[in-house]
Structure formats: structure tokens, C-alpha cells
Design a protein around this ligand. Sequence first.
Ligand code: C2E
Ligand code: MG
Ligand code: MG
Ligand code: MG
Length: 287
Amino acid sequence: LALPVRDGQWQEYNDTIDQSLKRRSGMRTALRGALQRGELFLVYQPKVDIKTNRIVGAEALLRWENSIYGKVSPVEFIPLAEASGEILSIGRWVILEALVALKRWRALHQVDDDFSLAVNVSPLQLMQADFAQTLLDMVSDSGVPPCCLELEVTESGLMQDMELALKQLRRLIQYGFKVGIDDFGTGYSSLAYLKTLPISVLKIDRAFIHELQSSIQDQKLTGTVIDMARHFGFSTVAEGVEQSEQLDWLSSMGCDLVQGYMFAPPLKENELLKLIDSGVEHLINKF
Ligand code: C2E
Ligand code: MG
Ligand code: MG
Ligand code: MG
């Protein structure tokens, strides 16, 4: 790479690259022991039914806090865990942890059968031939009904080995699991493959919600996705809803669920349970 820079700038550029490589490799090492050291935990972001304003589910999101690197975003560490294969043991832990939490909330009657908890599933997990069977075993051990667990997979997760992915998802859907396509609209989805997908939920990516008020294009796109999902019998979730105008618009378009800072960021378990108790109506009126 030859950039027309003065020596000083060139040096700076090299140092920056060097530092980020060092950070990445250091993190990769630190991540290897993170589970054992108890540095990983889950937070939960509520999903709200747009018609009833009730919390009908949540998404479990992974967090990592390390003594050297502090709080690291999953946007940074998940790709590292995917590259090293570590995501397999981490992903398994996420599912077990989510099931244990869900079981606890159900036992306390904080949530019932209508409440589902979603976990993010990495493409690599889906590519394990025994993924579906392992999941079935974990869920049956936990005593949580499969319909209360949702798997969020991405379009790229499906594309790697479409046949294997579809086979496993079909089986899971048959058992009653919910399957959602995460970040819908940002990958390489084709209408042809949508019709064959064994899924129940489309999650519209935050990128399309972000400028909903100002962008006619994003309105058209989001509206079309919601209509299309309805025709296919999928329910829709809008990610990243921050303002009441976005909520109103999504509501008028017939979007089913919303998730976003307007209601809550990802929360610690006790905060989520408090919000389920208090409800979210007061948050809507505030705006
Ligand atoms: P995602 O699955 O699409 O999760 C939604 C992300 O959007 C979360 O970021 C959430 O905090 C953020 N978000 C939700 N509402 C708003 C909003 O109103 N405004 C803004 N600005 N952001 C909002 P987070 O927790 O940083 O996670 C980022 C990504 O990391 C996730 O995107 C997912 O792809 C990945 N990830 C997180 N946990 C796991 C996990 O357990 N396993 C795997 N494989 N990936 C995970
Ligand atoms: Mg997700
Ligand atoms: Mg998403
Ligand atoms: Mg997203």
C-alpha cells in the first residue's frame, strides 16, 4: 500500500495498524479463557408487542468484561471467536445460560408460555451437523418448551451450507422452536430462497429503522418487507427503535414487535424483570 504521506504520517499509520493487530491477537488469547474465568455474561433486551405494549420476549446478548481490555463489544469479539472456533463453546454456553435464566423466570411466574427468549446463533454453530440434536437435548433437559426459545440466524449463516442449515432449521421448527432471520435486508437474501425458508420471524435491521422519518426509501423498503413477511406468514420485529415517530410509523405498517432503546437497552436480568413488572406504557407516554 503506497500512500502519499510524509514520513511522520506513514509511521503513525504503521503504528496504528501494529497496535490494532496486537490488540486483536491479545484479545484472541484472552478470549480463550474467558468462559472459565467467568468473564462472559448475558444481558437481555425486551421485545415489545406493538399492539398491546406488552413485553412478549427478549433477546439475549453476550457481554465480555476482561481485566486487560475492559468491556469489549460483541461486534469486536464475536468475529474473533468465530475465526478461532471458540464461538462453538461460547455459543453452547449462551444457549445453556439463556435456558437456565428462562427456567428461573418461568418458575417465578415472571413470564409464561407466551414469552420467548431469543439467542443469536453463529453460522459456525449452524454448520455443525449435530447442532439441532444437541439443542433438542439441551432444551429437553431444561424443561423449557421449545416454543419459548427463538434462534436468530443471519442470512450469511444460512448461505454457507444452505442444505445443512435448512435441514436443521426444519427439524427445529417441527419441534416448535421459533427461528428468526436477524439483520434482514443487509445480507444476500433473494426472494426465491425466502419461500423455502423454514422460519417464523423476520428481524428488520436497525440500518433501515434509523432514518425512517427522513428517508422515503427506507420507508418504502421497510413497508415492503413488512407486507412481504405478512404474505409469507412470518412475523416482523423492528430493531433499533429509538423514537415514538418510528414506533407510530411501524405500527401503522403492521409491524408486530419492536426492540430498541426507546423501550430499553439490553438489561441485566433483575432490570428486565422489573420492567416486565412495571410494563412499558409509561415509556411511550414520556416521548
Ligand atoms: P444483533 O443480534 O443484531 O443485536 C442487536 C444489536 O443492536 C445489539 O447490539 C443491541 O444492543 C443493539 N441495539 C438494540 N436496540 C438499539 C437501538 O435502539 N439503538 C442502537 N444504536 N442499538 C440498538 P450488541 O449487543 O452490541 O450486539 C451486537 C451484535 O453482536 C449482535 O447484533 C449479534 O450479531 C452479535 N452478538 C451478540 N451476542 C451474541 C451471541 O450470544 N452470539 C452470537 N453469535 N452473536 C452475538
Ligand atoms: Mg440478534
Ligand atoms: Mg439484529
Ligand atoms: Mg443488527
